[in-house]
Design a protein around this ligand. Sequence first.
Ligand SMILES: C[S@@+](CC[C@H](N)C(=O)[O-])C[C@H]1O[C@@H](n2cnc3c(N)ncnc32)[C@H](O)[C@@H]1O
Ligand SMILES: Nc1nc2[nH]cc(C(=O)O)c2c(=O)[nH]1
Ligand code: SF4
Ligand SMILES: [Mg+2]
Length: 212
Amino acid sequence: MTIRITEIFYSIQGESATIGYPTVFVRLTGCPMRCTYCDTAYAFHGGQKQSLDDILAQITAYPAKHVCVTGGEPLAQPACHDLLTALCDLDYTVSLETGGAMDISQVDPRVYVVLDIKTPASGEEPNNKYGNLDHIKPTDCLKFVICGEQDFNWSKAFVAEHDLSSRCDVFFSPSAEQLSATELADWIVRDRLPVRMQVQLHKILWNDAAGR
Ligand SMILES: C[S@@+](CC[C@H](N)C(=O)[O-])C[C@H]1O[C@@H](n2cnc3c(N)ncnc32)[C@H](O)[C@@H]1O
Ligand SMILES: Nc1nc2[nH]cc(C(=O)O)c2c(=O)[nH]1
Ligand code: SF4
Ligand SMILES: [Mg+2]
């Protein structure tokens, strides 16, 4: 069994509930979606097929307790499930970044799922698998990457309609260089929304296109 990998690197978690923790990132190659703002298009193609043992050896070489499995779309490769379970068995705190086009029901329940709900301006809203919301645990996160005021209004209505904030942490994040973080924060405060504001910490720290 092999998994196609774009990169494995050690950095500081820049997003969602485990922000700030030293973390090993495993970026799987390939994605069925094409979000307008995607900062990781370099992971759509290429990469290298690697065995689970080789992947685990690279991860365990770093002194981190946290592993973030991301992409591309990690769940587009079925063997991602074996990787997630192997990492949980090694007692890592494992988070999975997923874009919501794939079924999350078979993800190891020890994994912290970060499920991105694609907004209209992402261009991928029709590909949201809304049945995934039935499998969200209180320890998971939902994330909305917001490109502008229409996205904000859509996300606000969606959170209210499904009472998402009572189910788990909900993050609103500005699409980098497209919407000002201050403006988004002002809207959240103005409308008294029960959501968590997030900016991508790694872009503030290193101004990388994708993060490291
Ligand atoms: C690169 S994706 C990989 C995982 C998965 N494909 C997904 O979309 O969740 C990781 C996270 O980065 C976010 N992201 C990508 N480009 C972004 C940008 N320009 N600004 C803010 N967040 C971005 C995505 O929405 C997603 O939450
Ligand atoms: N530092 C850093 N934190 C991240 N958290 C989620 C990331 C991702 O690309 O999924 C990411 C990333 O690319 N870099
Ligand atoms: S789903 Fe994730 S990796 Fe795929 S295009 Fe959208 S942001 Fe990029
Ligand atoms: Mg990134």
